[in-house]
Ligand binder design. Structure first.
Ligand SMILES: [Zn+2]
Length: 74
């Protein structure tokens, strides 16, 4: 299912010696509507990483989250 985007923010980051970058954060509404799902993307030269986590424990156990999507676990 598609998650609803609630907010999007971007933080400047000094970087790790190869120039500065940003950390982009996308906040989505949890499938149950009670929590949020946070997708964080590091946009820093030489250091690109992404993470996604839910603030809602029941949904975290029930779904696998992607960027703006939730897939029910078997
Ligand atoms: Zn939830």
């Amino acid at each position: 299912m598609e998650l609803k985007l609630l907010d999007q923010t971007s933080y400047p980051h000094d970087g790790y010696g190869a120039g500065s970058g940003t950390i982009d954060e996308y906040i989505y509404e949890c499938p149950c509507g009670k929590g949020t799902v946070i997708y964080e993307k590091d946009n820093i030269p030489g250091f690109r990483d992404r993470s996604i986590h839910s603030t809602c424990k029941p949904c975290g156990e029930k779904y696998d989250f992607g960027r703006g999507t939730a897939t029910q676990k078997n």
